[in-house]
Write a protein that binds this ligand. Sequence first.
Ligand code: SAM
Length: 155
Amino acid sequence: MLKEKSLLICRFELRLGRVEDANFPSNHFNVVVSALTVGHIIELGSVIREVSRIIKSGGSLIVSDIHPYWPISGHDYVEFFDGSGQEYRIPEYAHLFEEYWNLFRRFKFSVEDVKEPRIDDKLIERFPGLIKYKDMPLAFILKARKEQCALCLQE
Ligand SMILES: C[S@@+](CC[C@H](N)C(=O)[O-])C[C@H]1O[C@@H](n2cnc3c(N)ncnc32)[C@H](O)[C@@H]1O
């Protein structure tokens, strides 16, 4: 006899749009996660402003991306190929941590954690071509929390 199994049901909705003008209500999300995207957007301020609007007071923002070292040192685009082999390039902009820091202060986020993983022996074992970049920072991960404020808590 089959036993009833408990299922974890995740409900989600996919939406296509620009993060700078995300069409979500204000104070909507507990957590906002961005991976490998913000570096493609020239104006970081418009991203942090919009995230600040849609995230709840006390909510977490996690941003990870290619480290700004790469676009600064000339690797300033990412290339993609479609099924026919046609190449596409998306520009990669360098947003330094100073820029993030100033925007986080302006839009009332406090930084909780920063990681800058480097190209180490383990990664080089998997991707030997990276040996010439040994010890360079590969990526960064920032965790910030939208500050609680008396006014926000009343909303
Ligand atoms: C390198 S892919 C990363 C995709 C995915 N986040 C991942 O980690 O696999 C970069 C993504 O950034 C998206 N992107 C570029 N500019 C954007 C913008 N202004 N708003 C939202 N997404 C954008 C592109 O459509 C693309 O899907």
